[in-house]
Design a binder for this molecule. Structure first.
Ligand code: CMP
Length: 396
């Protein structure tokens, strides 16, 4: 198979992907969010009658501009839909239809509804229907949040414990509602006379919301209420624990895949076997740095070293000179090897992705994989000598 250059449609598809890590795609996403924020602000301000009077025309102008930008975006996304790998078995028309019917497709369609209303002759006045459609723009923010897909996976992975907690919730709810119904129905027939009425009180109490609109008055009812409140805290804590661990596990898995993709670009790791590599990958973390950000400051304590998976950094040496390190190089090893403060400051010259290895993991890996430790030590020695030489020649 020969690699072919990406077509214009392919390039636009890559740029519009919500998860594309390239700087151009990131800038586009920031611009998109700014447009979205301006649009939402205009809709909110338009609903303030006293404010809207003087600026009504301006606000409407903004809303229409934003709507048409979204309309253009919708058409663009529809056009590039056949580029999505998941539709590569489909005809272009079918791919577009499938994208239009998908969740992102529907959310993007809802965002352009005001444009259709405009075309149909509706106007925006205050908080009317069209403004309500504009508020649907907020759904587009969700498309930018990678955590949404993570949330879906967490719920799917943890469905058994989540179901257990929900069942526990239902059991407690039914038992407490029945007990309160039996104990309170004579004194408060209106509130506790029926099971649904008692269940409303049980939900409010179990979730520890406690509106105070329905309160048990008998001693027995109060004992049930107290126990239910304590059980409520326990059930919520249980659910929080299940979701928090699920999120942490999912994030660890994703980070592992991200690192695995990047690690191939570092020659130091290229010669290692899969088993050794997988041990290292589990300990590395990816960090994205924009241009001109200081990653390491001279004199600071060193708690990690870095491998450059893409981009470039500049090492500002103590004698005033500088060295540039590109893809595949590493830095920050000297402080770890010598257990001394950082010898130089290092800043990015381009948007850069680094793989971070914390000191404790570095020492552990160095003891397991002598080949790797040796390669790092040789380079550190060379750098130390180079710096010494530069310093002495500077003094001369
Ligand atoms: P460390 O001292 O931990 O922090 C600064 C880093 O800059 C240092 O580790 C090296 O990784 C790097 N560095 C220092 N001197 C040089 C050099 N002469 N060439 C390349 N990199 C260097």
């Amino acid at each position: 198979m020969t690699a072919t250059a990406p077509t214009l449609r392919g390039r636009i598809y890559a740029l519009l992907r919500y998860s594309d890590p390239t700087p151009a795609a990131r800038q586009l996403r920031v611009a998109h969010l700014i447009v979205l924020g301006i649009g939402l602000l205009a809709v909110i301000l338009l609903s303030l009658d006293e404010f809207a009077k003087d600026y009504r025309h301006l606000l409407r102008g903004i809303i229409w501009t934003v709507t048409f930008i979204f309309f253009a975006e919708y058409l663009m996304r529809l056009w590039v839909a056949p580029e999505a790998p998941r539709y590569d078995q489909e005809t272009p028309l079918k791919a577009r239809l499938r994208w239009a019917g998908s969740l992102p497709g529907l959310i993007n369609l809802l965002a352009v509804m005001p444009a259709f209303m405009f075309a149909g002759g509706y106007t925006i006045t205050g908080a009317d229907a069209a403004s309500v459609f504009c508020i649907l723009w907020i759904l587009k923010v969700g498309l930018h949040a990678p955590a949404f897909s993570t949330l879906a996976r967490v719920v799917s992975n943890e469905r058994a414990p989540i179901a257990s907690v929900l069942i526990l919730f239902a059991i407690l709810l039914m038992m407490a509602a029945t007990a309160a119904h039996m104990l309170e129905r004579v004194r408060q027939p209106e509130q506790f006379g029926s099971l649904p009425g008692a269940m409303w009180w049980a939900v409010v109490t179990l979730t520890t919301t406690g509106y105070g609109d329905v309160v048990p008055l008998t001693a027995g009812g109060r004992i049930v209420g107290s126990m239910l409140m304590i059980a409520g805290i326990a059930v919520l804590a249980l659910m929080t624990g299940v979701l928090a661990t699920g999120f942490a596990q999912e994030e660890r898995r994703r980070e592992y895949l991200r690192v695995w993709e990047q690690v191939a670009r570092v020659p130091l790791f290229a010669s290692l076997g899969v088993v050794t590599l997988s041990e290292i990958v589990g300990k590395l973390r990816t960090r994205y740095y924009p241009q001109r950000i200081t990653v390491v400051r001279r004199g600071d304590a060193g708690d990690s070293m870095f491998f450059i998976s893409s981009g470039e950094v500049e090492v500002r040496l103590p004698n005033g000179g500088s060295v540039r390190l590109g893809e595949g190089a590493f830095f920050g090893e000297m402080a770890l090897l010598e257990r001394q403060p950082r010898t130089a400051s290092v800043a990015t010259t381009k948007p850069t992705t680094l793989l971070v290895l914390y000191a404790s993991d570095f020492y552990e890996i160095a003891s397991h994989i002598p080949k790797l430790a040796e390669a790092v030590e040789i380079e550190a020695k060379r750098r130390r000598e180079e710096n010494l030489e530069r310093q002495t020649s500077g003094r001369r």
